[in-house]
Design a protein around this ligand. Structure first.
Ligand code: SAH
Ligand code: SF4
Length: 365
């Protein structure tokens, strides 16, 4: 008989297992507490279960550990972990200490950048993950395990951003289930305000998320102010959902949730970093309470774009600030270990061809 991995079960399935074992219902809550709050990884640690019960559970269940096989530390304190999944695929998670300059809580802040897919559904031209194609979606527990394993290793994360490998909203159900487990009082009990989902702009899923009742933050990677430029740098997503449709979805999200939105804007030298772009951006955001994060392009080997000079970045920020939009410039963190935004990529394992082919044609800019 194949033993079930307890981490793969949601709360209802855990109750089902407990029922199948003929145990009282409160046992499910106990098991969830052992796994998510006390983070035990073997049954012998479950001390409020009798020896016979523990042995019985062990015959039916396992708790798989997701180990990391590599750990790199950047000169700026950023850490990158390469996790191996049960099928041998690998994903990266990044821990970033501190945050934007001027933030009073920056000292205590430790942000975990989580992956949601192996590779990515999309092919944004400025992103190394996009060159992998999509190998597969992560399961909810593989998203949550990145948090659990690092908590077990003693890291005290304060913020969680789904900005690692993958497009979270292309893996909607597992991402929503993962947010449920991260925030459920019986599981990780994190505040949803500390969790941010970042999307390249999948319009139907933004609508769905707006109606879901989930209270995490939403960040939208806008990255361009005209369809001509967005088609060039984010071809797949912008052809499906051009800027007008995307901005309408953002307005709808705000109306449904009354929440502020975050916009990410990667600055690519000579492509989307002009004063006119900044002014157009203020126009696009009119009427949507928002914060903007400017991310000067992080270069990677053979990348087809360049990072703008600091002066250009500051000028872009000034135009937005003068229009009343809170705008941060995201510092590049961990670029010496390829851990900065857009620099995450792992090797696909043999035999696992991407289900969406890798785009290899040269990029014209
Ligand atoms: N797929 C999601 C989340 C992962 S990408 C999304 O696109 O939003 C996380 C962020 O990194 C996005 O805002 C993306 O625009 C940005 N990014 C990707 N490649 C980058 C690069 N090379 N330099 C700077 N930012 C990059
Ligand atoms: Fe995927 Fe986001 Fe990278 Fe685009 S920027 S390829 S959506 S991970």
């Amino acid at each position: 008989m194949k033993r079930v991995d307890l981490l793969s079960l949601d709360a209802a399935q855990m109750e089902g297992l407990v029922r199948d074992l003929g145990w009282p219902r409160y046992r499910a809550a106990q098991l969830l507490q052992w796994i998510y709050q006390k983070r035990v990884r073997d049954f012998s640690g479950m001390t409020n279960l009798g020896k016979t019960d523990r042995e019985r559970l062990e015959r039916h269940a396992v708790i798989h550990r997701m180990d990391w096989t590599r750990h790199l530390t950047s000169s700026d304190g950023t850490e990158k972990f390469l996790f191996r999944l049960s099928d041998g695929q690998e994903i990266e998670s990044v821990l970033i200490p501190g945050d934007e300059a001027g933030d009073p809580s920056a000292d205590r802040r430790l942000t975990l950048c989580l992956s949601t897919q192996v590779g990515c559904t999309l092919d944004c031209r400025f992103c190394l993950t996009g060159t992998m194609g999509l190998i597969r979606n992560l399961k909810a527990h593989e998203i949550v395990d990145q948090v659990l394993e690092l908590q077990r290793a003693g890291r005290r994360m304060t913020n969680f951003v789904m900005m690692g490998m993958g497009e979270p909203l292309a893996n909607y159900n597992e991402v929503v289930e993962a947010i449920g487990r991260l925030t459920a009082p019986r599981m990780l009990a994190l505040s949803p305000r500390r969790i941010t989902v970042s999307t390249s702009g999948l319009v139907p899923q933004i609508h769905r998320l707006g109606k879901s009742g989930l209270k995490m933050n939403l960040a939208v990677s806008l990255n361009a102010t005209t369809d001509a430029v967005r088609d060039r740098i984010m071809p797949e997503v912008n052809r499906l959902y051009p800027i007008k449709a995307l901005m309408a979805a953002c307005r709808g999200y705000h109306s449904a949730t009354r929440r502020k939105l975050f916009f990410e804007y990667v600055l690519l030298s000579g492509v989307n970093d002009s004063g006119d772009d900044a002014r157009r951006l203020t126009g696009l955001l009119r009427g949507i309470p928002s914060k903007v994060n400017l991310i000067p392009f992080n270069e990677f080997p053979d990348s087809p774009f360049r990072r703008p000079d600091d002066g250009v970045v500051l000028k872009f920020q000034k135009i937005l600030m003068e229009a009343g939009i809170t705008t941060f410039i995201r510092k590049s963190r961990g670029s010496d270990i390829l851990a900065a935004c857009g620099q995450l990529r792992t090797e696909a394992k043999p035999g696992d061809a991407p289900i969406i082919p890798i785009k290899t044609q040269a990029v014209k800019i």
